[in-house]
Design a protein around this ligand. Structure first.
Ligand code: PGA
Length: 253
């Protein structure tokens, strides 16, 4: 079964509600024309109700950038899966390296969030990736495989490959302009798929989508998404302007 590519905008901590509305209005025609590719927009919490409202009836998948794995309770500052679903949010980024590094999220928290997203009916986009030091020391695979395993171990047995997306995002390539080569992206993503096959079987591994993230731009996207195991991209900087994101969507289709 051919995997459907995904091009995902990660706005990070950018855009007011008004800016989000303008962006969505401009993106909708491009997304509607983009047959054969899933277009997702991961917006800050404050813009989510508008993004989800405007995405309704369009092919755009509205997504959040984080959530907490309990449904409700004394967790000041947190947002739960039922709250996201209430707004019409369909997907959520989990374990982005900025959350792991700046906000101290551990593999265990990331795994609990991934399992909760799947059981709630939210599509998790789980980020994994190594630092420059880890790569230079030959530790890329140890880091990435550990992150993938800790998530897969807690996923319910009934969760199929279509219920989760991974994003391989080498930390040294995020926001630096320093993109992984297409071969590096394929190498890591191909190994992640192989590992998923060992852990969950070939059907799961051939269905699960694995994105690349880290300084994707209109100039380098074609070679990256052409790699056999790369199913699209998770994009920060180059997703903030619709014109640029639209070129990425076109390349992924
Ligand atoms: P970037 O960010 O495209 O700005 O490198 C990607 C990401 O962090 O998801």
């Amino acid at each position: 079964m051919a995997r459907r590519p995904m091009m995902a905008a990660n706005w990070k901590m950018n855009k007011t509600v008004r800016e989000a509305q303008d962006y969505m209005a401009a993106l909708i025609p491009y997304a509607s024309d983009a047959e054969g590719v899933d277009v997702a927009v991961f917006a800050p919490f404050t813009c989510l109700s508008e993004v989800a409202r405007m995405a309704e009836g369009t092919p755009i998948i509205p997504g959040a950038q984080n959530f907490f794995y309990e449904d409700s309770g004394a967790y000041t500052g947190e947002i739960s899966a039922p709250m996201l679903l209430d707004l019409g949010v369909e997907a959520v980024i989990i374990g982005h390296s900025e959350r792991r590094e700046i906000f101290g999220e551990t593999d265990e928290m990331v795994a609990r969030k991934a399992a909760k997203a799947v059981s709630s009916g939210l599509l998790p986009v789980v980020c994994v990736g190594e630092t420059k030091e880890e790569r230079d020391a030959g530790g890329m695979w140890e880091k990435v495989s550990g992150q993938v395993k800790s998530v897969v171990e807690v996923l319910g047995g009934e969760a199929g490959g279509g219920s989760i997306v991974f994003a391989y995002e080498p930390i040294w390539a995020i926001g630096t302009g320093d993109t992984a080569t297409p071969e590096d992206a394929q190498d890591a993503i191909g190994r992640i798929r192989e590992l998923l096959g060992e852990l969950r079987g070939e059907d799961f591994a051939s269905e699960v989508r694995i994105l690349y993230g880290g300084s994707i731009k209109p100039e380098n996207v074609a070679q990256i998404v052409a790699q056999k195991d790369v199913d699209g991209g998770l994009v920060g900087g180059a997703s903030l302007e619709v014109e640029s994101f639209a070129r990425l969507i076109e390349a992924a289709g």
